[in-house]
Design a protein around this ligand. Structure first.
Ligand SMILES: [Zn+2]
Ligand SMILES: [Zn+2]
Length: 399
């Protein structure tokens, strides 16, 4: 019988310096305990035999000469095959937590001198950091918040000690790289104490307009807006979904885009409103008990009346909310929407950070719920015309 490797097996016998491994094929081969580098052999332990040789001391006996634990083997496979095609968000989501922790340690080692072309490594980092930022928290001292911000999300202040120290004592504006890094790291923390430190830093150093603007744009990266009162408010939900077209003959899709709402008319031009997106509440985490999520606009006026506000005094009854009188001789533009509705599925997706939403295999879709928007114009925060609160970003759609 010829033995094919790598082969999964488990240790079935240990005697002195030798043992036996039963391979998945049924074959039993010899194990020399000196080859078990880095793990403790014990009966029942599963492992991968990566290389074999022939031990001819007592006749030709097939012997395992390189053995790895199952976890290490799977990790090596991941790294060996990290190509843009195979490193997928779904694949990283399918990994167990222990593997994710080991993967994080290895990625941090590799990132230090990775080739700029190793997009798969960066994609792997980004997916893992978005899915499980906590696996990177032991390594935050080795990561730069300006380049690896996802990894800092939700970190405890205790793992950000050096940034706390820096921002508490800094008296330079966030135009300074070190101060900017500390601000990004602390604003990504889930700890309210961290935001308090950021706020007092901003109060101390950002009295001029330029510094304020830099602080605001850094905070924007972390899903916050800086108000002139120096209050820091959040505009981003942590949920993030991409909207994928549903198969034509599939089950009823939980979401639909570009639905013409003949019952509700634009308050500016009188045309039927367009429901850009309607998602059943059950399809989106965090909305389960609510009404369907709707994003409504007028596809003729959206460019002429910007921002185009819609208010709901009752569920399912959108009304145009004009905040300024229409200009003299106002006329709506050509309607923007595709001419027919599209049924879609929301799928959990890695689109937390707009900086990554440039065209690339890891860009994600422009049709999304939650996360951050991809901007054509400079990012802006929209405030409610009625109560002046910062509005949360809910969804983005492209035609
Ligand atoms: Zn209109
Ligand atoms: Zn409001």
């Amino acid at each position: 019988m010829s033995t094919e490797v790598p082969a999964k097996g488990s240790i079935v016998e240990l005697r002195g310096s030798l043992g036996k491994i039963a391979l998945a094929s049924g074959e039993v081969i010899q194990l020399s305990l000196s080859k078990c580098d880095g793990f403790e052999p014990r009966i029942g332990r599963s492992c991968y035999v990566c290389e074999i040789g022939i031990d001819d001391r007592f006749g030709a006996v097939v012997e395992a000469t390189r053995i790895l634990t199952t976890t290490d083997f799977e990790l090596l496979q991941m790294f060996d095959r990290r190509t843009d095609d195979e490193v997928s968000y779904e694949w990283v989501r399918s990994l167990g937590f222990e593997i994710r922790e080991q993967l994080a340690a290895r990625i941090v080692d590799l990132l230090a001198d990775a080739s700029p072309d190793d997009h798969a490594l960066k994609g792997l980092f980004r997916y893992l950091a978005e899915i499980s930022p906590q696996v990177f928290h032991p390594f935050l001292d080795r990561l730069d918040p300006a380049l690896s911000l996802e990894a800092f999300r939700g970190a405890l202040v205790s793992s950000l000690a050096r940034y706390v120290q820096h921002l508490t004592t800094s008296d330079v504006s966030p135009a300074d790289q070190g101060a900017a890094a500390a601000l990004l790291a602390l604003a990504s923390s889930a700890d309210p104490h961290a935001l308090t430190i950021v706020r007092s830093y901003v109060a101390r150093t950002c009295s001029d307009a330029d510094a304020f603007e830099i602080a605001d744009s850094l905070l924007h990266e972390t899903g916050h807006a800086l108000l002139t009162s120096l209050e820091i408010v959040r505009w981003q939900y942590d949920v993030c979904y991409e909207l994928e077209p549903a198969p034509l003959d599939g089950d009823r899709a939980p979401a639909v885009m570009w639905l013409i709402d003949e019952l509700h008319r634009c308050g500016a031009c009188g045309a039927a409103l367009t429901c850009v997106l309607r998602v059943e509440a059950a399809a989106i985490r965090g909305l389960r008990d609510g009404e369907p999520l709707e994003v409504v606009t007028c596809s003729s006026c959206i460019l002429e009346v910007d921002p185009y506000f819609v208010r709901y005094r009752a569920p399912g009854a959108p009304e145009t909310l004009l905040v300024a009188p229409l200009p003299e001789g106002f006329s709506p533009g050509e309607p923007l929407e595709p001419s027919s509705e599209v049924r879609v599925y929301p799928r959990p997706a890695p689109t937390l950070r707009s900086a990554f939403s440039e065209p690339s295999p890891y860009a994600g879709s422009y049709n999304r719920v939650g996360g951050v928007p991809t901007w054509l114009q400079p990012p802006r925060v929209i405030r409610c015309p009625q109560c002046d609160d910062v509005m949360m970003f809910i969804a983005q759609a492209s035609d």
